[in-house]
Design a protein around this ligand. Structure first.
Ligand code: BEZ
Length: 178
């Protein structure tokens, strides 16, 4: 198998849990990150799903994240692991990524497309924030997922107002207890 490039724009940024040989800040053109995907298996449960990120097409947008290069000997096990971990409505596609070092690579990107079985879509900010603040699943609290992502984006110098505004709204929900 050939080397593989993967694009991390959610938990892969701060919890890759894969074996890689290179990690580079990267941008994906034509998509924006949104907390529009339901999580019934990680940050929520079937009767009370949490919300996690997916990518939504937007011609003028660009999504900042991290590209991982996986060596051929680790490709198969990495794909098996990620296909299982991201089974809740995500499908892998190949898209061109702009790496911060100037290269462009074709990368595997997991996207939960509109109308997949776990799709929740848009909602008012305070509704999304309340759902995230009080959802919990086998992988931990939904708020932790959001806060880890918000911190990781700051660390890589990414400015994502959707994530920053949600983090503020969820902190305020948690401090009010509602
Ligand atoms: C990620 O962390 O980048 C990711 C998000 C959704 C599905 C798979 C990976």
């Amino acid at each position: 198998m050939c080397a593989l490039w993967l694009f991390g724009y959610g938990s892969l940024i701060w919890r890759p849990d894969i074996t890689y040989c290179d990690r580079v800040i990267a941008h994906l053109d034509g998509y924006e990150r949104r907390f529009w995907q339901g999580s019934h298996d990680h940050r929520g449960v079937p009767g009370a799903p949490g919300r996690v990120v997916t990518l939504v097409p937007n011609a003028g947008a660009q999504c900042a994240g991290v590209a991982y290069e996986v060596e051929p000997e680790h490709t198969r096990s990495t794909l098996e692991k990620l296909d299982y971990r991201e089974k809740n409505g995500y499908r892998p596609v190949r898209l061109p990524l702009r790496l911060a070092d100037g290269r462009t690579v074709d990368a595997r990107v997991y996207i939960g497309a509109r109308n997949n079985f776990a799709w929740l879509g848009d909602a008012p900010l305070d509704e999304i924030a309340t759902q995230i603040a009080f959802s919990q699943g086998p992988s931990g609290s939904n708020a932790e997922y959001l806060f880890e992502l918000a911190d990781a984006l700051i660390e890589i110098g990414a400015n994502d107002s959707h994530i920053a505004e949600l983090a503020t709204a969820v902190r305020s929900c948690l401090s009010r207890g509602a």
